[in-house]
Design a protein around this ligand. Structure first.
Ligand code: AMP
Length: 184
């Protein structure tokens, strides 16, 4: 089963992706986690993307697409995966369509978590994960980037009839149960 978990920053993608991973035994691939680990370990990728993440902007499409294709070629993803934080632009979505086609694979579901903007800001500022991009100013940038670059990804998959809208308000378990019932 191949799933994309989509939504604005603070929608709960990471939390829900981890729960799906445990429930269905399918690995989660979070591009944000990969970038943060690379920054922490000061790898060449980390050095390249650090200021981009710190500013709440997007890593160039080519870098992200190459990274995801590389990662997905690992054996652990053979039986499926949950993408969290990718694709984030229409160009990435198109590249991912090509990737699936080249690998004779398909996307099973695109789950879009919807949460009102005021709630997103509140959640991010109170989550206290110590992320450099979780400040009020950077959250504003991230939401602006989301509206401009990422939201159009929703239309891209709507055209393919893959989108399942899930209400992202409520407790973690309530939201998780909604996701599970859309997957049934
Ligand atoms: P996230 O953990 O998904 O909120 O991602 C944190 C940051 O990593 C984003 O603000 C971007 O700077 C970068 N990032 C993660 N995924 C992508 C992506 N698919 N395309 C471009 N930048 C990304």
């Amino acid at each position: 089963m191949n799933i994309i978990l989509f939504g604005p920053p603070g929608a709960g993608k990471g939390t829900q992706a981890k729960k799906l991973q445990d429930e269905f035994n399918i690995p989660q691939l979070s591009t944000g986690d990969i970038f943060r680990a690379a920054i922490k370990n000061e790898t060449p990728l980390g050095l390249k993307v650090k200021s981009i993440l710190d500013n709440g902007e997007l890593v160039p499409d080519e870098t992200v697409v190459d990274l995801v294709a590389d990662e997905l070629s690992k054996e652990k993803y053979d039986d499926g995966y949950i993408l969290d934080g990718f694709p984030r632009t229409v160009a990435q979505a198109e590249a991912f369509d090509e990737y699936l086609k080249d690998n004779d694979d398909t996307l099973d579901a695109f789950i879009s978590l919807s949460v009102p903007e005021e709630e997103l800001v509140k959640r991010i500022l109170s989550r206290g994960e110590g992320r450099a991009d979780d400040t009020e100013e950077k959250v504003k940038t991230r939401l602006k980037v989301y509206r401009k670059e990422t939201k159009p990804v929703l239309d891209h998959y709507q055209k393919q009839g893959k989108v399942h809208e899930v209400n992202g308000l409520g407790t973690i378990d309530e939201i998780f149960n909604r996701i599970k019932s859309t997957l049934k």
